[in-house]
Design a binder for this molecule. Structure first.
Ligand SMILES: Nc1ncnc2c1ncn2[C@@H]1O[C@H](COP(=O)(O)OP(=O)(O)OP(=O)(O)O)[C@@H](O)[C@H]1O
Ligand SMILES: Nc1nc2c(ncn2[C@@H]2O[C@H](COP(=O)(O)O)[C@@H](O)[C@H]2O)c(=O)[nH]1
Length: 217
């Protein structure tokens, strides 16, 4: 493939949202493994760590007052209260990645997606909503993950209808029935959106060159 000019390109902001348990963290992990140049936006949260979660890998785990101080200092690109805890995306790593032309992947809820889309960075957003194939399957996945109490799972199931109601605000919607097929569709979206982003200025230089070749035939 011809290498097009990338020096001035801006990174894409790829946003994945879904009701809890539909599979966006699974897809996000696979996608960053498939393309290590993709930067995962590690969120800050006031939720306590689950077993196996590490500080700075899944989340930055913060006390409520520390989190609110970060918000007050303008350090969050977006933040929201989800299932009774605060979650937010630290701003500076996203801006640094964008300046380097690197794409960033977010695993955030619809409120965060809406805030980033409505921000100055909105034109760089590609948003994808992940739907479960059915509600019983959603509950099976949440229970099968085996990391949350019954009360937490019931709370998340109760909120899933509201989260799903935002599906039409997204650029793409994937039904995560078969994981391999959903992942293949996700990589296709990323590749197509990168081609679209790189169309300018790389392709205009190429077409200028093609026109010069026509002129000199
Ligand atoms: N296509 C699929 N088929 C069957 N199981 C799946 C599929 N996708 C994900 N899972 C499983 O469903 C469970 C929930 O997935 P995951 O943790 O990725 O959801 P999530 O949307 O990130 O949830 P949350 O919003 O709570 O973080 C996991 O155990 C995962 O292995
Ligand atoms: N608005 C934001 N939502 C976020 C962020 N990080 C995660 N999330 C969403 O919270 C729920 C619950 O996550 P869990 O890890 O406790 O299961 C899920 O929908 C995430 O997408 C964030 O920075 N901002």
């Amino acid at each position: 493939m011809t290498m097009l000019q990338t020096a001035n390109r801006r990174g894409l902001l790829l946003i994945l949202s879904s009701p809890s348990g539909a599979g966006k963290s699974t897809l996000a992990r696979r996608l960053t493994g498939w393309d290590p140049s993709l930067r995962f936006s590690v969120s800050a949260t006031t939720r306590p760590p689950r077993e196996g979660e590490a500080e700075g890998r899944e989340y930055y785990f913060r006390q409520r007052d520390e989190f609110l101080a970060m918000v007050a200092a303008g350090e969050m690109l977006e933040h929201a209260e989800v299932f009774g805890n605060f979650y937010g995306s630290p701003r500076s790593p996203v801006e640094a990645a964008m300046a380097e032309g690197r794409d960033t992947l977010f695993d955030i809820d619809w409120q965060g997606g809406q805030q980033i889309r409505n921000s100055a960075l909105g034109r760089d957003v590609v948003s994808i909503f992940v739907l479960p194939p059915s509600i019983p399957e959603l509950e099976r996945r949440l229970r099968g993950r085996g990391q949350d109490s019954d009360a937490v799972i019931e709370g998340r199931m109760a909120k899933s209808r509201d989260e799903i109601s935002h599906w039409a605000e997204y650029d793409y919607v994937l039904v995560n029935d078969d994981l391999d097929r959903t992942f293949a569709n996700l990589t296709t979206i990323l590749e197509a959106e990168r081609l679209r982003r790189d169309r300018q200025p790389g392709l205009s230089d190429l077409v200028r060159g093609l026109n010069t070749e026509f002129d000199t035939r």
